[in-house]
Design a protein around this ligand. Structure first.
Ligand code: FES
Ligand code: FE2
Length: 445
């Protein structure tokens, strides 16, 4: 029997400058991206400064409550208009620090010193002097953007993923933790690490006490998802009957007294589902919209090509991968954003969005910043981010000519295949139309 030909992920794609330039032209500039949360710019004149590779972008809350996207670029000679670091600022108008051109919130040039020295046919023509815009759409409480005026609408781009995410009522959530890491690796090196759970059995072996690693995978067009069940030991875990501390914690946090629980370790997941089902309609969490599996398990969605959502009913983690502004394909930004809905009477805990640049602060310290502690997140994230730069170095070796991928890693193959298709000249619309939407590999039991 001969093995079916599989797609080859070329290791040079993780470090080649030529490949990075192709990715920018055919992918970053063509697809939809996750920008800020809508709540980060609540009032007219609030602006979110966001960097994507070489582009500086401004998300602006307008008088009519809509959000406009402007390139952070002065039309005069190209200076960045707002010089602030990424994050929210208040800027009811934009004044360029170089020669003093002033733009209003509508992006119109309202003042230019010694305007009479310019050709009125140019400076008075809004097409020449107004700020350049990019498209923004709101979905799931986030502001999404594309730099391609001809890109399909966001909902078409997301396809069947949009309905699945709708069920989680993500717009009810608010940010509770936000960290940005600068890594010395390609953005795809980190992306791949979060796009499979085959590594749980080695890197996160403590998860096996209460969660599975052989997650069923479903391809949803250009996107995909996997389901990590929580509430029973993995079949790789030696003890299947007696409770362990992780399962006991899960019972306790769901209001089930450990002493009175008579089931086995493998029964905890069902008990947790029943406890949450009994609370449906009485909690801020969207239990009534979710299947039994979604009540207990982590649904890990990949939104092609730059975002993961790892969703539980009570909170979720958004992971965003960005190319480096300096253009070095062996550097990247990794955003970790945890969101949760607040129960009635609960106030949003304060958080500080901090950026850690390579080597500035040990990863273990950075992980202590969060205000909301979660056992999966605290331990597991540290294990993942501690490894990616080592993976990058190995992939760079002349000895490393091919990755050997398992079926558990087929989301990785699917991801790289779609990036490559764009680079080979396929359009986003074409890619959306031809990628199969598979039957759910995890029918929600
Ligand atoms: S570059 Fe902005 S005013 Fe000259
Ligand atoms: Fe991991």
């Amino acid at each position: 029997m001969t093995a079916a030909a599989t797609f080859r992920v070329d290791p040079s794609w993780y470090w080649s400058r030529e490949r990075a330039a192709q990715e920018w032209e055919h992918m970053w500039a063509k697809v939809w991206h996750m920008g800020p949360r809508a709540e980060e710019i609540p009032e007219e004149g609030d602006v979110f400064v966001h960097t994507l590779g070489r582009e500086g972008l401004l998300f602006v809350r307008m008088a009519d409550d809509s959000v406009r996207g402007y390139y952070n670029v002065c039309r005069h000679r190209g200076n960045r208009l707002l010089l602030a670091e990424d994050g929210p600022v208040y800027a009811p108008q934009f004044t360029c620090a170089f020669h003093g051109w002033v733009y209003d919130l509508e992006g119109t040039l309202v003042h230019a010193p010694y305007k009479e020295r310019f050709d009125p046919a140019v400076i008075d023509d809004p097409a020449c002097s107004s700020l350049r815009t990019f498209r923004v759409e709101a979905f799931a409480g986030w502001l999404w953007f594309t730099l391609d005026a001809a890109a399909p609408p966001l909902r078409d781009y997301l396809g069947p993923l949009a309905d699945r995410l709708d069920a989680y009522k993500m717009e009810r959530a608010t940010i509770v933790d936000y960290k940005t890491f600068e890594f010395a690796c390609n953005w795809k090196t980190t992306f791949d690490a979060f796009n499979e759970s085959y590594h749980f059995q080695t890197l996160h072996s403590e998860i096996l006490a209460w969660g599975n690693e052989d997650a069923p995978i479903t391809l949803l067009g250009i996107h995909s998802y996997m389901v990590n069940e929580y509430g029973k030991p993995s079949t790789l875990y030696p003890e299947q009957e007696a409770l362990n501390p992780q399962l006991e914690m899960l019972l306790t946090t769901n209001g089930i007294a450990v002493e009175s629980f008579t089931g086995k370790a493998t029964d905890v997941r069902r008990a947790v589902q029943e406890a949450k089902r009994a609370r449906q309609g009485q909690a801020v969490f969207p239990y009534e919209n979710l299947t039994d599996s979604q009540l207990s398990d982590a649904y890990h969605y990949m939104l092609f090509p730059t975002t993961h959502f790892n969703l539980f009913p009570e909170f979720y983690v958004a992971l965003r991968y960005r190319p480096h502004p300096g253009g070095d394909p062996e550097k990247m930004y990794f955003d970790f954003i945890m969101c949760a809905p607040m129960e009635a009477g609960e106030t949003v805990p304060p958080y500080t969005h901090r950026v850690v640049r390579g080597g500035d602060e040990p990863v273990e310290e950075v992980l202590k910043w969060g205000v909301r502690k979660h056992p999966i997140v605290d331990e597991v994230l540290g294990q993942d981010v501690g490894l990616v730069e080592h993976v990058q170095r190995g992939q760079r070796s002349q000895s490393f000519t091919d990755a050997i991928l398992s079926t558990d890693e087929r989301r990785i193959t699917h991801f790289h295949e779609n990036i490559d298709a764009l680079i080979q000249g396929r359009s986003v619309r074409d890619l959306i139309a031809v990628n199969p939407v598979e039957a759910d590999a995890h029918p929600g039991t």
